[in-house]
Ligand binder design. Structure first.
Ligand SMILES: NC(=O)c1ccc[n+]([C@@H]2O[C@H](COP(=O)([O-])OP(=O)(O)OC[C@H]3O[C@@H](n4cnc5c(N)ncnc54)[C@H](O)[C@@H]3O)[C@@H](O)[C@H]2O)c1
Length: 444
């Protein structure tokens, strides 16, 4: 009998496991995609996949007929239309799904998709709670699914170069990384919206899914759910998760040791939002801190240059924008800081001309197009490798932002154990790591 090497055996075993769930794809095969949630972001994600000839839209799913019409029209071929996502998961012609529904649906749809043997692209923030995210990681591992979380900066080549630059140590010792979400929503914000009336052909109960039953309000549905905690973590998990992820990627960080937050609805914006219009969250990463600033009632620049993110080192600062980054060197002297005497002042003066920069300015441009992230997912479906933003990466980045909301809610300085995913100094805060789904919903 032919002998079989350990490597061949491991490979055959892993292929057999993948085959038991789904078909094995070669480099030239088309990936047959199902798209669940085709609103604002779902449409962008669909476009990102349509850029690749080896992506075939086989199924589209949304609660809105007009969104389905639009998605079918732009697809190659004629995808099957569904309103019930479980039917997409039952569809044997679908290899993988992209989920871009509101955040409160991500965990259920993701876990069901994994159990149905589909590889999954799921939008950020990964989950509404930390414990949902942990379960998503477990199920993805158990079912050996290829997963991509829609934190698409991870597939931007120019950002990979920024990460290499930061990790080279060129910025010196980094003590602070900061990010900003800034826009002025005063005076009317989402506008005044009384509850009801429910649009005649719209299944509000299915939109709510596992979230608590509340009357239909147009400010909650379609895009605006971001301003309500039953459906989202507000701008901290909406924009903040992109920034948290980018910064911890560049800095090689995982979970923080502690988090604290302060903010509120201070500006009198005339709408029924629940999230703060002004919020700052700080994370202690041991040896450095991160800060997220969310100012939604004033649009003046947050960072000196108007960048979205800044990484401050002893030798320079790296500023990150949507499509470029730049390094601004520090001007330093050899002066020693501390108690001043008249003699020190004389010494300082003698250093007048000695200010110098110790690193070169540097900059790069590029794009973090969603199509790159889709490309990486399609490639990984074929190679069975981990995607640039696989489930665990997305879970840690999302969790770091979710615990910021818990610090804000509990008005506490919270110490966090990233291994057990529990707060160690505040038992009451741990109860916000999960929430009770509305019956009959259950996470598998
Ligand atoms: N990666 C990014 O940069 C980025 C950008 C925007 C949004 N997002 C994420 O995408 C997700 C969707 O946000 P959006 O702005 O597209 O919201 P949206 O309201 O425009 O779209 C959500 C869609 O999901 C559909 N839907 C809701 N429940 C459903 C169900 N049970 N079955 C099928 N369809 C259902 C809705 O009908 C709607 O069309 C959010 O999690 C958001 O954070 C990511």
């Amino acid at each position: 009998m032919d002998s079989i090497s350990r490597r061949d055996f491991a490979r055959t075993a892993s292929l057999a496991t993948a085959a038991s769930y789904s078909r094995i794809l070669g480099a030239n095969d088309r990936v047959r995609m199902g798209f669940i949630g085709l609103g604002n972001r779902g449409d962008q994600v669909h476009d990102g996949f349509l850029e690749h000839g080896d992506s075939q839209t086989m199924a589209v799913c949304d609660l809105r007929e007009d969104y389905l019409d639009f998605a079918v029209k732009k697809s190659r071929g004629t995808p099957t239309r569904y309103k019930d996502y479980k039917k997409v998961l039952d569809d044997k012609n679908v290899d993988a799904v992209a989920i871009a529904t509101p955040d409160h649906w991500h965990a259920l749809m993701f876990v069901d998709a994994c159990h149905a043997g589909k590889d999954v692209y799921v939008e950020k923030p990964l989950s509404l709670t930390v414990s949902e995210g942990r379960r998503m990681v477990e199920v993805a591992e158990q079912t050996k699914r290829v997963t991509q979380v829609g934190i698409h900066r991870r597939s931007g080549k120019f950002l990979m170069e920024a990460v290499d630059y930061v990790r080279s140590g060129a910025l010196g010792t980094i003590s602070l990384a900061k990010s900003f979400h800034i826009q002025n929503e005063w005076p009317n914000g989402l506008g005044a919206a009384p509850d009801g009336p429910l649009p005649s052909d719209f299944d509000w109960d299915q939109w709510l899914g596992p979230a608590p039953k509340v009357p239909y309000n147009r400010n909650r549905a379609f895009y605006n759910f971001r301003w309500f905690y039953n459906h989202s973590g507000g701008q901290l998990t909406n924009f903040g998760v992109h920034y948290m992820d980018m910064l911890r990627w560049a800095l090689g960080k995982e979970s923080p040791k502690a988090v604290v937050a302060m903010g509120g609805r201070y500006a009198g914006i005339k709408d029924n939002r629940e999230i703060p219009d002004t919020l700052e969250v700080m994370w202690d990463f041991g040896g450095m801190m991160m800060i997220f600033c969310c100012y939604d009632a004033n649009a003046a620049k947050g960072c000196a240059t108007g960048a979205e993110m800044e990484i401050r080192g002893t030798k320079g600062t790296l500023y990150l924008y949507g499509n470029r980054w730049e390094v601004v060197p520090e001007s330093i002297t050899e002066r020693t800081f501390g108690a001043r005497t008249p003699l020190d002042r004389v010494t300082e003066r003698s250093y007048g001309g000695s200010k110098k920069t110790v690193i070169e300015p540097k900059s790069a441009k590029g794009s973090a197009d969603t199509a790159f992230h889709a490309r990486n997912f399609l490639d990984c479906i074929k190679s069975r490798k981990k995607c640039n933003c696989d489930i665990l990466i997305g879970h840690i980045s999302t969790s770091n932002t979710l615990i910021g909301n818990i610090a804000h809610k509990t008005k506490s300085y919270l110490e966090w154990d990233g291994k057990t995913e529990r707060f160690t100094n505040n038992a009451a805060a741990n109860k916000f790591l999960q929430y009770q789904y509305r019956a009959p919903y259950k996470l598998g």
